[in-house]
Design a protein around this ligand. Structure first.
Ligand code: PHE
Ligand code: FE
Length: 283
C-alpha cells in the first residue's frame, strides 16, 4: 500500500514536499485558487456529489467494522458518544462538528485544499486549528491514495481531538515544530509526529491499541500494525523515535507504544534544544 495515504498536511521532513506545494507545482492536487492567506477554504457540504457521499459511507463502514477491537478507548468514546462524529450520516459539516469540538477542547477544524507548507500547518496547530482536506479520494483510490484526503484527515485525526490531553499535546507540538524549525531540528521532530500522531500505538489494560491517524484510517495497516508479528513493537521513546527514519510508501517496520497519553505529554514537555544538538552531532 502506498502509505502516502498517511502523509499528513505536514509529512516528515524526510519526505520533501516542496514539489507538491502550490509554488513548486501548479498541478498540485486540490484547488488552491480560492484560499485565504492562511490557506483555508470554505467547506461547502452541498457541493459533494451523491457519488462522493456514497463513497464516503463505504469508506466509513469498512473502517467502522475494524476499529471496535483495535482503536484506543478515547477514539471509540468520541465516535460512539457524539452525534457530531456520527460519520454514517454522511460527509460531516465542519461547522457542526466545530460546535461540539469547541466545547470539548476548544479546537476548530478548518478546511484546506490539501497539503500545506510546514510553517502554515504548524501555525494552525499552535492555534488549536486542525486543517482538514476538503476533497475526497476518487473511486480508483479507494484502497490507497497518494495524498491525505478528507477521509484520512477526518476519520483518522478528528475524533482524537476531543480528548483534552491529546488536544493540548497537539497544540504544544505545533509550537514545538515552529521552534524546531528555527533551531534546525524539524527533520527529527517530524519523525516524532510520524511515530505518534500518525502511527502511534498505546497500551490499554494490557492490550495494544491504535491512536495514530495513519493506522486508524487504513484497513491494511490497522490489522498489520496490531496483528502481524513482522513489525517491531517498542516502548515509546522520544530520542529513539527521532533517530528512526520513516517509511513513507509502505507500512511501518516499527511502531512505538505509549503507556498513556500523560506519558506523551510528560516526555515531550522538556526543552528539545539539547536533543537537537545531540542529533546534529550524530549526523
Ligand atoms: N518540548 C518541545 C521543545 O521544547 C516541544 C514539543 C512539545 C515537541 C510537544 C513535541 C511535542 O522543543
Ligand atoms: Fe495525517
Amino acid at each position: 500500500m502506498n502509505t502516502a495515504t498517511h502523509q499528513d498536511a505536514a509529512p516528515p521532513a524526510d519526505f520533501d514536499i516542496s514539489h507538491k506545494t502550490r509554488e513548486g507545482n501548479p498541478g498540485l492536487r486540490g484547488n488552491y485558487s480560492r484560499m485565504a492567506a492562511d490557506y483555508t477554504v470554505a467547506q461547502s457540504v452541498s457541493d459533494y456529489t451523491a457519488e462522493q457521499q456514497a463513497r464516503w459511507l463505504r469508506l466509513v463502514e469498512r473502517q467502522m467494522a475494524l476499529i471496535p477491537s483495535r482503536a484506543c478507548k478515547e477514539f471509540l468514546d468520541a465516535i460512539n458518544g457524539l452525534t457530531a462524529l456520527d460519520m454514517r450520516r454522511g460527509i460531516p459539516n465542519f461547522a457542526d462538528v466545530n460546535v461540539a469540538l469547541k466545547a470539548a477542547t476548544n479546537w476548530t477544524l478548518v478546511g484546506v485544499p490539501g497539503l500545506l507548507p510546514d510553517d502554515v500547518f504548524f501555525t494552525h496547530l499552535a492555534n488549536r486549528r486542525f486543517p482538514v482536506t476538503v476533497w475526497l479520494r476518487e473511486e480508483s483510490e479507494f484502497d490507497y491514495i497518494v495524498e491525505p484526503d478528507l477521509f484520512h484527515d477526518f476519520f483518522g485525526h478528528v475524533p482524537m481531538l476531543f480528548t483534552p490531553i491529546y488536544a493540548d499535546h497537539l497544540q504544544a507540538y505545533g509550537e514545538g515544530a515552529l521552534k524546531a524549525k528555527r533551531l534546525g531540528g524539524l527533520d527529527w521532530l517530524a519523525r516524532l509526529y510520524w511515530y505518534t500522531i500518525e502511527f502511534g500505538l498505546i497500551r490499554e489494560s494490557g492490550a495494544v491499541k491504535a491512536y495514530g491517524a495513519g493506522i486508524l484510517s487504513s484497513p491494511k495497516e490497522l490489522i498489520y500494525a496490531l496483528e502481524s508479528s513482522a513489525p517491531q513493537h517498542v516502548p515509546f521513546d522520544v530520542m529513539h523515535s527521532m533517530r528512526t527514519p520513516v517509511l513513507i510508501d509502505d507500512v511501518q517496520s516499527i511502531y512505538f507504544i505509549l503507556e498513556s497519553f500523560q506519558q506523551l505529554r510528560d516526555d515531550t514537555a522538556p526543552d528539545f534544544t539539547p536533543h537537537y544538538e545531540i542529533l546534529k552531532q550524530e549526523s
